[in-house]
Design a protein around this ligand. Sequence first.
Ligand code: HEC
Length: 122
Amino acid sequence: MIPKGLSLFLLLQYVVYAASADTYELGKNLYFEHGCSNCHGTNGEGSSYYPRLAHQKQDDLMQKLNNFKKGIAMTQKQEIMFTFVKSLNQKDFKNLSIYLSKLKKDTSKKYDIEEDLLGVDF
Ligand code: HEC
């Protein structure tokens, strides 16, 4: 039989794991539903023009998103973000920042843009 203390410990571990797995998935859904991936990349990798979001510290991401929500930008280029945080709340920021800080590369190709959808026909 598993000692009481240990089973409680395992249960708590599971609860913590289940909760974080949940926020991760919720954050991921938000990231794609709100079109963040269009600029910041399918894996939050960014590009020469858009910043990488993957693996930034969760607190930093929260702070940046909150600043955008308050209309605070360090550069004019950042002001573009005011529009994209408008419909998001604190819970969304939390889910997004957890997802981005822990991001594991999605190799399923589920989110890749298919070439024929781009409408480019060479
Ligand atoms: C139209 C393109 C575009 C979309 C869509 C977009 N962003 Fe951004 N994002 C930017 C630009 C531009 C910046 C500022 C770049 C700079 O400071 O040089 C930025 C900055 C950020 C930053 C600050 C990063 C840093 O290190 O300074 C965060 C966090 C962020 N975006 C999150 C998001 C999230 C979450 C979404 C979806 C809800 C999103 N962005 C959608 C263009 C976009």
